[in-house]
Each structure stands twice: as C-alpha cells, then as structure tokens.
Design a protein around this ligand. Structure first.
Ligand code: SAH
Length: 258
C-alpha cells in the first residue's frame, strides 16, 4: 500500500476551528508533524494510540522531508499540520516540491484547507473586509523580514490602493509599518485594528489609527501572534450590499426594480 501525506490547515488557534476533514485525518494518521510554535496542540488530542508526533519547530526542511518520505515509503498515513491555512506563509510549496523531487506522485499528497488567521481576525472584530463603495479588495501582505518582499509589493506601493489590508508577521515592526503606510498614501486617521491570538482564550483587540496605534501597542507591552488590519472599512458609513437589496434581482430572488 502506498503511503499518503495530508497538509492540513489547523486553523488559527481554537481547536474547534479545524475542518471536519482535517480532524478526521489527524485522528487516523500514523505520523503527525505539527508546527509547534503556532498550532494549538489540542488539535492533536484526537490522535490514535501509537501515532508518532514530531514538532517541526525543532526541525529544518531536510529533516521534515526525511520523516515525510520515510513514512510514505513505509505505506503510512502522515498528517502535516500547519497553522491557519497552509497556503498563506505556510512554507508548504517547498515540501510539496521536495516530495515530487523524491519521486512521490501527486496521488500521494493532498492539501486540506484551514481557517486562516486573517479570517479569524475578522470574526474577532465582527468585521466585513469588503464593504460596498469603501473597499472591495483585501490585500494580504507582510513587512519585509528575513524573508524579502519583491520590490513591486512594498507596503508603500500597496498602500496607494487604500484597500483593506491584512498584514501578517509584522507587529514587531509596528512603527515602521505605520510610517510606511502613511508614506504610501493612507491618511493618518485611517483606522487600524490589531488582533493578537485571534480565537485563543487570551485573544486581545487593539484599535486606533495609523497615527496612534503604535503608541497604543507599545503601552500594551509584548504582543505576539498578531494581525494588523488597516482600512476605512473599520469605521465608516457604507452602502448596503446589493446582494440583499430588496430592489435588486439575484439568481435566487426577484427584486422590485426588474
Ligand atoms: N498560515 C497562517 C499564517 C502563518 S504566518 C495563517 O493562515 O494564518 C504567522 C503569522 O500569522 C503571525 O505572525 C501572525 O501575523 C498571524 N497569525 C497566526 N495566528 C494568528 C492568530 N491566532 N491571531 C492573529 N494573527 C495570527
């Protein structure tokens, strides 16, 4: 029997925010490799007796691939558990390409999506990111860190659109993020919300503007695992959506105007 590997999005923290499918696969897996720095270990509580668990926070790419390949070659089922959704800053492409390079075929691995933290953040804020006439675009980005950001995607140029922005991996550089956004075109009074540990019991929410949020955050002390959300959607009057407009016809409902 050929082994099979599943890349699973574990969700943002709350162990109930993993998909039904992701949980089922974890409960059946022989080998589990999880990103210990961010994934809530409670999502592994459903594992079967005898499942072998590795924490990838302590491993490099070659070590992870070695465990994955050995398990696949033994015909085992592997759950590779990532935080949020693995497609967003999840470093799964290099694993998938590594598996392919080692001769693993496409049927032997699959991706199970998860709830990304930028969506858990919207839920915590009770906020829609796409309000009619305010912003219909969500930009997911990050400040440059050890991982470089291509020049055309610098925060300042993205800011020119004044769309809703969800900025990952950047709260440690909050002063720089805010000054760059202002430089790029957002007015200083643009609202900003920061959610730390969205969906965890110690979730915290900070609100301010481009001009004020850095101070607010500094006063709060160390803030980890946080999402920065910027945009006028956070506090504005907006047009009601066309989808539920009584005058508007949709595929499922006839409006009064047609
Ligand atoms: N794949 C993950 C992101 C991994 S990068 C996802 O889809 O969510 C790690 C970054 O994600 C953190 O620096 C932080 O910006 C964000 N993050 C992860 N979990 C979070 C949470 N519970 N609340 C707020 N931000 C979170």
């Amino acid at each position: 029997m050929l082994g099979k590997l599943y890349f699973i999005g574990a969700g943002p923290g709350d162990p109930e925010l993993i998909t039904v499918k992701g949980k089922r696969i974890i409960s059946e897996a022989d080998v589990i490799i999880y990103a210990g720095s961010l994934v809530n270990p409670e999502v592994l509580n459903c594992r079967k007796n005898g499942a072998v668990v590795y924490n990838s926070a302590e491993m490099n790419l070659d070590e992870v691939l070695k465990v994955e390949l050995e398990a696949l070659n033994k015909g085992l089922e592997v759950a590779r558990v990532h935080t949020g959704d693995p497609a967003i800053y999840g470093a799964i492409q290099e694993q998938m390409d590594g598996l392919r390079a080692a001769g693993i075929n496409e049927e032997q691995f699959e991706v199970i999506p998860g709830v990304s933290s930028f969506l858990a953040t919207a839920a915590a804020l009770k906020q829609e990111y796409t309000l009619p006439s305010i912003s219909q675009t969500v930009i997911i980005t990050r400040m440059e860190g050890r991982t470089p950001v291509p020049p055309k995607e610098k925060l300042a140029s993205l800011a020119a659109h004044q769309a809703t922005m969800c900025i990952f991996l950047s709260v440690q550089a909050i002063d720089k993020v805010m000054s760059t956004l202002k430089e790029g075109g957002y007015p200083g009074d643009t609202p900003v919300a920061i959610v730390s540990r969205a969906s965890w019991p110690d979730q915290r929410i900070f609100r301010g503007t481009i001009d004020t949020i850095a101070d607010i955050l500094h006063k709060a002390g160390v803030v980890r695992q946080a999402m920065i959300v910027v945009g006028k959607v956070l506090d504005t009057d907006y047009e009601l959506s066309k989808l539920y407009d009584s005058k508007f016809t949709t595929m499922f409902r006839k409006g009064t105007e047609d």
